[in-house]
Design a protein. Structure first.
Length: 197
């Protein structure tokens, strides 16, 4: 039986909203999207995240603009134990909270998109406002990946579609055991129930 993988996305549940992490001084990073870029990073030093909209604190959320995964210590321990070679965990202080949180930086990018099995794909092209993204995916509906091309990784980003934060069945199950998540899981392996005609 093939391995199952899931796209982790912001969940449709009541929750707080957090800003993109910055340096502890409040200064933005030169590349504020770096925590969603799928590469190993040098230690960024002390970082913090402001609450942009108060609400129910969750154990796993994404920052509202750059989609940096921000997690509680219990969730960080899931990644530490099940996927230590796939992620970096950077401590981040959240305004007004004493308990530790972490930015989860997926360090691997895999070329595993199975475009023929995706429901609908949209590519960037040269006429886009951002020509540097030409050839990459603008968005994918009904995303499907080929699990045989994941190289044993449990957490990764996808080549040409780094927006997607992908985790294995083992990670998903362990995260659901923690509970109080502000994310949802969309399966990206197996048959696509709404496949293209």
């Amino acid at each position: 039986m093939e391995s199952q993988f899931y796209w982790v996305e912001m969940g449709d549940v009541p929750q707080w909203l957090l800003e993109t992490p910055t340096r502890a001084s409040g200064e933005s990073f030169d590349e504020p999207w770096m925590f969603a870029d799928g590469r190993a990073l040098p230690d960024p030093g002390s970082i913090k995240a402001q609450i942009s909209h108060p609400g129910r604190g969750r154990a796993f959320v994404f920052s509202v603009i750059e989609k940096a995964p921000i997690v509680s210590e219990e969730v960080a321990n899931v990644f530490r134990s099940l996927s230590p070679d796939d992620v970096q965990l950077f401590p981040v202080s959240i305004e007004g909270l004493a308990e530790p949180y972490f930015v989860v930086n997926a360090t691997k990018v895999v070329d595993a998109i199975d475009e023929a099995r995706c429901r609908e794909v949209h590519h960037h092209d040269e006429s886009d406002p951002f020509p540097e993204y030409a050839g990459e995916y603008r968005w994918i509906y009904g995303l499907r990946i080929d699990p045989s091309k994941t190289g044993g990784a449990h957490v990764f980003r996808l080549k040409k579609f780094k927006t997607a934060f992908i985790v294995s069945e083992e990670i998903r199950s362990a995260l659901e055991q923690v509970g109080n998540l502000g994310v949802s899981f969309e399966r990206v392996t197996g048959p696509n129930e709404l496949a293209r005609a």
